[in-house]
Design a protein around this ligand. Sequence first.
Ligand SMILES: Nc1ncnc2c1ncn2[C@@H]1O[C@H](COP(=O)(O)OP(=O)(O)O)[C@@H](O)[C@H]1O
Ligand SMILES: [Mg+2]
Length: 368
Amino acid sequence: MDINNTLLKDVSILYVEDDETIRENLFNFLSRRFRSVYTAQNGEEGLELFKDKLPDIVITDIQMPVMDGLRMAEEIKKISGDTPVIITTAFGDVPYLMKAIELEIDGYLQKPIRYEKLFDTVCKFAARRKMEEELLKAKKLESIGILAAGIAHDFNNLLTPILGHISLAKTSLAPDDKIYKNLDAAEKASFMAKDLVQRFMVFAKGGETVKMVISIKELIKEASIFLPNSNAECEFHIAEDLRSVEADSGQIFQTIHNIVINACEAMPDGGIVSISAENIVIGKKDNLSLEDGMYVKISVRDRGIGIPENLLPKIFDPYFTTKGMDSRKGTGLGLATAYSIVKRHGGYISVESEAGVGTVFHIYLRAV
Ligand SMILES: Nc1ncnc2c1ncn2[C@@H]1O[C@H](COP(=O)(O)OP(=O)(O)O)[C@@H](O)[C@H]1O
Ligand SMILES: [Mg+2]
């Protein structure tokens, strides 16, 4: 399966069981292996917790006081039909099983629960869920890409005559003419609009990918140096013998640029953005969704505001931004673009972050 263990760990589970001993034992087992485990002692409590935490997977006993597991499952399925519900069943539960089938319960664990089986079952559903999320992400990017490409194309066609006419009008005026200055301002704005269109095109994969064998040592520096209105400074640690990659230089430039800009924006009072690049060998044990082989790994680290854990899964979504859409900086397309470019190059992009501490993005590109 193309999903690595770190991803599987990143799953949240609700476990509902009225027997305190069983509940605590299972909690101990699960919470050592998965990111978040919530427990409840009956269906009613479980349902409340479900609404509050929206866990990825629900595991529940059937017979419990106040509200039984199947009634809870019924309510959960109404709220989120996709959330897998696994029931733990004992011999005495047989009369309930018809109802369970009717509810389309996703999985069954026989009591007394074998931990190995429990672990396998949770992993199976976690993997499925992560795969669905990845697919959804890819689909979302694709449909937005189609829209963006259409708009960008038409808009670009409109900008060509606008810029042409401004340029023509300028030639018939003296540079100190007041109207010349107005035209100059209009021209600058139009170039900015062209730039925006270009960004859309790259994101929308409409911008063709022209892959060539390139050395990215200089490219990394160039992409990091042009940082308007930033108090932050870049520091480079680039391996002397950094391998070349087969890539579209414009797109890789944009990817690094977007990530470095974010790093600077995360440190409004200034600070150091540390950019490193090295050759690494990826093998099975690395648990990355990458084929084995030699890669160039570029890391961009800041000591900025960081990203709260609950926002981490969203940052690559198109239009996700915490910066306010009105300003020119917050379009929420920076990381979505980076993600789609890196994916198009058969690479991988990952992030580690802690709120208040800082963030590091890693980009892996296949070396040649
Ligand atoms: N280095 C970083 N530090 C803190 N937050 C970040 C960092 N990089 C990205 N983010 C978060 O991810 C969001 C999306 O980033 P991006 O796609 O570049 O859009 P934008 O920068 O336009 O908001 C940002 O709004 C921010 O919340
Ligand atoms: Mg950005």
